[in-house]
Write a protein that binds this ligand. Structure first.
Ligand SMILES: [Zn+2]
Length: 122
């Protein structure tokens, strides 16, 4: 999983829309064209929010891995057995996050805490 390439792609993709939105706002402002300003603001701020959310998600996936969990909570990992750092339960399940994230979330079945994330193809 190449997280850096994903980040660059998100940045580039959202920037295109944000540039269009910024230009639309700049053109509309002197004319007091409310439609243009709202339209431009939408094009500017929606990709900004999407970008922020996706980048946060990617950084979560790239940092909170199985190895990270092992290093952060060594007491909860005994060989192949894993337990929850919050309640100590050892029933951990994985669910696919969908929404084209291609990642699974590993969570505790007792308290619902998310323990770590893993890419789907592994
Ligand atoms: Zn738990």
């Amino acid at each position: 999983m190449n997280y850096k390439a994903q980040k660059v792609f998100i940045l580039a993709f959202c920037s295109i829309f944000m540039v269009i939105g910024a230009v639309a706002m700049l053109v509309s402002l002197p004319q007091f064209s409310l439609f243009g300003i709202v339209w431009g603001a939408g094009f500017f701020f929606i990709p900004l929010l999407v970008m922020r959310g996706r980048l946060r998600q990617i950084s979560l996936f790239s940092t909170q891995t199985y190895d990270w969990y092992k290093a952060t909570h060594p007491a909860q990992v005994q060989g192949n057995r894993l337990s929850c750092f919050a309640c100590g339960n050892s029933r951990i399940q994985a669910r696919a996050l969908m929404n084209r994230t291609f990642h699974r979330e590993h969570f505790c079945t007792q308290c619902g805490k998310t323990l770590y994330y893993s890419p789907e193809q592994s």
